[in-house]
Design a protein around this ligand. Structure first.
Ligand code: ZN
Length: 89
């Protein structure tokens, strides 16, 4: 069961019930769309820079069925659908 409930909230404005993002290599801070625009974290870790270009500063904070944050590349279609069904703002 994916719990996009109260605990799934923005670290800056505390908003819940919306899509959240996270840094590519970390599970916090979670940020909503509005705060993501304001607080885009610039990665400083070399691991974050890939050959093909610049790694995104933030990735969707998709949960798997056990409520763990998922590598976005490995998230299942149903995991994406659950995240995608949340309002953006
Ligand atoms: Zn926010």
């Amino acid at each position: 069961m994916r719990n996009y409930g109260k605990g799934y909230s923005c670290a800056f404005c505390n908003k819940s019930g919306v899509k959240l993002w996270r840094p590519p290599m970390d599970v916090s801070p979670l940020t909503c769309a509005s705060c993501s625009e304001q607080f885009q974290v610039v990665p400083t870790d070399e691991q974050l820079v890939v050959d093909s270009g610049v790694e995104p500063n933030l990735v969707p904070a998709v949960l798997d069925e056990d409520d763990n944050f998922e590598e976005v590349n490995f998230a299942s279609v149903s995991d994406w659908e659950a995240w995608g069904s949340l309002p953006t703002r």
